[in-house]
Design a protein around this ligand. Sequence first.
Ligand code: LLP
Length: 418
Amino acid sequence: MSVGGVDTVALARQYGTPLYVMSEDEIRRVCRSYVDSFQKFYHGNGRPIYASKAFCCKEMCRIAFSEGLDLEVVSGGELYTALQAGIPGGNIHFQGNNKSVAELELAVSNHVGDIVVDNPSELEKLEKVAAAQGVIVPASLRVKPGIDAHTHEFIRTGQIDSKFGLDLVSGEAFTAAKRALELEHVKLIGLHCHIGSQIMEKEPFVHAAEVMLGLLHQIKQELGVELEHLNLGGGFGIHYTEQDDFIPYMEYMEAVSEKIHACCAKLGLQLPRIYIEPGRSVVGEAGVTLYTVGSIREIPQVRNYVAIDGGMFENPRYALYQSDYTCLVANKASLPADYTATIAGKCCESGDLIQEHTLIQRPEEGDILAVLSTGAYNYSMASNYNRNLRPPCVMVRNGESRVVIRGETYQDLLKNDE
Ligand code: LLP
């Protein structure tokens, strides 16, 4: 089995396991397809934003930006990473439901181009921070449009019972827009919504666009200001297994663009500048994690545990969401996958599993196990649980590999211990 023209078994030998492997060509291909969809269906009036929470390191910020994407960050740490990678503040969109004053100060002093205000108290905090620095800051409002996209409960965000954003239905979002327009040091530039993640259909996105244009219209009618910027968030699904079926990203932009044109014509609005904010779909399928198979424990009539040298510390997604993955034995990829395995991690916890009852090639100790589609929310959600080390990440392209994140060492674990 190879990735980006590089044999995975050779990669495992060269860098050791566990190892995150990312295909740079695949990341760039997806970035381009998003950029092209804006050209093709929306006159290039807007751009995709890479949601860096999916996989954040300096090189990833540079790759996304070099392909014409802006960067979304949700913490001081992601913001600092993007700035250190050389991304201009003006191309950064700062999200988050509870930004601290220090984080807002960092954003304002680095001229972040779009501070996405989540709630009324943050709006007042931002005004104070901007006033203290004597500047006027561009801000948009995160709106909860009341759309419930069908996805896992923990990763749904657009419905009313959500910790994110200003409620549209009760009028909270409109009131915040009114207040923002009164503030001296905040310049309201637009609206934002994000309705969930790993969404397979286009209808919820089209519906969200319609609902958000309704609010733009209300703001124009009642407050006399036509906002020019509308961010429709991310959430596009990817393949974890063959069963996952989602619409190609191009079709999404086509359908949304059609709806925006129709609504704007009906409501007498100018076409807003559109942003979308994909994370998972940019990096998810580009990633593969490689492990070495350790002990195999076959419990008759129960299950076959295949232990690997990773686990929930480097991929917590099965433990958190029972996420599906496709697994295979990389050095036996051409053999039939007829062995039912439960892939177990090495943490001291029974729930530390990567997948249960999944079909793989018959494994032996020392084999290389590959888990596919691990590019999103794996490295970024990794921890040092049980004082395990976060693995390195290599980028592969044209038969070559390079380290983009070094693996941790035991000394790294102690660096903040007194
Ligand atoms: N924009 C905002 C405001 C978001 O909250 C998110 C994801 C995105 C964009 C990117 O969404 P994506 O295209 O990646 O679906 N840890 C979970 C996923 C959490 C997503 C949180 N927000 C997982 O592993 O499935």
